[in-house]
Design a protein around this ligand. Sequence first.
Ligand code: ADP
Ligand code: MG
Length: 553
Amino acid sequence: MRTQEELRAQLRQIDHKGYKAYKVLEGEYDFGSYRLCIDHVQGDPFSTPSRVRIVYGNRKNISPEYFDSDHRRTAIEDYLLRRLHRSLRMCDDGGRRGSGKSGLVTACRTGQEILERTSMRIAPEQIEARIEVGFPAFGRTIAAGELGQILFGLLPEVADKTFRMQRSMQRELEETVSLADDQQFIREALEKMGLVAFVADGSVLPRENGVSQRPMKQAVPFRSPDSLAVTLKLPHRGNVRGMGVRKGITVIAGGGFHGKSTLLKALERGVYNHIAGDGRELVITDSTAFKLRAEEGRCIHETDISMFISNLPTGADTTRFSTENASGSTSQAANTVEALSCGSTVLLIDEDTSATNFMVRDGRMAQLVSDEKEPITPFIRKIRSLYCDLGVSTVLVAGSSGDYLSVADTVLQMDCYEAKDVTERARELSVPLAEGKARRTVWIKKPVRRKDVEKSRTHGWDTLTLDKSEIDLRYLEQIVDESQTAALAYILQYILGKMADGKKTAAELAQEAYRKQQKDGILSMTPRNYGAGPAAAVRVQEILAALVRYRML
Ligand code: ADP
Ligand code: MG
């Protein structure tokens, strides 16, 4: 490890030289209370910023019981990262200038969800924060003095503000751990109580607006109908009443604009924990729950969608179905099969974003066009068997089609944002329906071949490119953060380059990569230069979904 003086001397030496000379700075430096690691220096002022780590020995700073379990550790890391952001905002006047990304100092952005991230890691012996620093230049000439200000002025101040234990920090740490414990308690209680989700009374479900995930001000708080209410005794908050969404089939009915989609969206995001003040911090959904929707135009690779689609007029084999341009219904069928193949036991569907012909076919149409002439077996014919034979529950928003009332175990009505249990009334109205059998012989049969991907990039959270091929993630509504997109870029690159052997299928590879992420961390699959930016943990569902949307598979 080198000293601060050596770093200063080196900076003086390379001042005014060509940008490439910055490379000599890569290495570790002793800054007294922490170690500064310059892991990767960018190639030029315009490329993605350099990667720097601040590493503290963690002797007595944060007591080990705060991170002795995964959910606590993730929550504490998330808290420290947000604290780092605050310190950066307070200390950085942004006064430096130069070309390209000169002088930019950033840490991974965070949203409302608490995710495991590469940007902040805490272990018994150390805490490490990863920061991106645009090494300053004028044109392509090194501005060493400016970098000196960052490394010797800004970063030490930011590090101190973030990590020095103060009384207020101790209190916030305690609150963070308490919430994490309560959330974990609910998550574990779901299975024991036969629930797929819990929505606490008082939760604020709607968001501020279409582009912000912050809670809506003056929203009508959620309240469970008595018949569905359960009370959980949380380790810190004590008794909390809320709605238990039971296993089986739940239909959310109600007039337009009464809050149906808002409830479903909250359930979609409930696979993740939320920060205090979000309004959804006690909305917890089975972690495997997958939002199913239509996605016209997606590609499908040798997937068995015969459960829903057969007898195509083209004679195409739907047990091994491939297309570059799926229709609404075939895309939704493929999405269903893929979710089942990576172990989802809860499906979330909104009629707003579904293909009508995938969802239902009414009696009159069945009389006009006989079953043999219709390639699609609608979801409604499989929904009961999915639950009874495979244990897969569905929560479905259906404001317009009454057919689903006949198959529902529970019918909720959203009425002016108030949830009502109307199961009894719905039962009186229902008519029996023909049903088909669901199968779990659902496989994605395409073996994936090895392929070296040189470059991966992300554009916001909804697109990633591997070499020159774009993968469209817009319709994966449970990717909630651009760092998850970055993780997917790394994981796909890793799968294609290191795991694919021409025998394993996409579903098997997704499982394998997910297990690796859980065991060794995302960093084990992240390239040294973090080309696509900081990463956050993803679920197996999203890994598979991204992989099968790769057109060059
Ligand atoms: P639906 O799917 O039933 O048509 P939405 O869930 O899209 O209705 O909600 C319609 C509007 O009402 C949205 O703008 C949403 O933000 C707002 N909204 C939803 N829930 C609440 C609530 N609890 N309090 C206030 N406004 C809400
Ligand atoms: Mg809606």
